[in-house]
Design a protein around this ligand. Structure first.
Ligand code: SF4
Ligand code: SF4
Length: 128
């Protein structure tokens, strides 16, 4: 359903600048993902949550960095809040996920965390 965006408090230029730092790797990863789900079983959080697709490494990657890239950083606090839940609550950056074609999912999820943090969106426990 259409939702009117409230972009107050979000600096899209800053998001784009951070995305640009990893543009080549990010673009290649997004293009290369074959949606094969082979990374899923290497994630203990996926296995520990009854194989809920929302815990699949590729799901987390495509719905965080993938969205930021597709929307060219034009997201609002609600979008970022949803990403925060994905990349912190459903991932611990343990780096155990394995993609046979070499997509570095933890690096992409760390990038999404960095972008959320740059906009003041992160879990309470992550405050420095
Ligand atoms: S990240 Fe790799 S293993 Fe996971 S769905 Fe994409 S191509 Fe398959
Ligand atoms: S880095 Fe995140 S997605 Fe990858 S295996 Fe660990 S918890 Fe799962």
């Amino acid at each position: 359903m259409f939702r009117k965006k409230n972009t107050a408090g979000v600096n899209s230029d800053e998001i784009r600048a951070i995305l640009d730092e990893k543009k080549a790797k990010m673009k290649l990863s997004l293009k290369a993902c074959a949606h094969c789900s082979l990374c899923a079983e290497s994630c203990f959080l996926f296995m520990g949550h009854n194989k809920d697709p929302k815990y699949m490494p590729s799901y987390k990657f495509l719905n965080s960095v993938g969205v930021l890239y597709k929307k060219k950083g034009n997201v609002d606090k609600q979008d970022l809040g949803e990403m925060r839940d994905l990349v912190w609550e459903r991932c611990v950056l343990c780096t155990r996920c394995y993609c046979p074609i070499g997509i570095d999912i933890p690096d992409m999820l760390a990038l999404a965390r960095r972008i959320c943090r740059s906009q003041g969106v992160y879990p309470q426990y992550d405050r420095e």
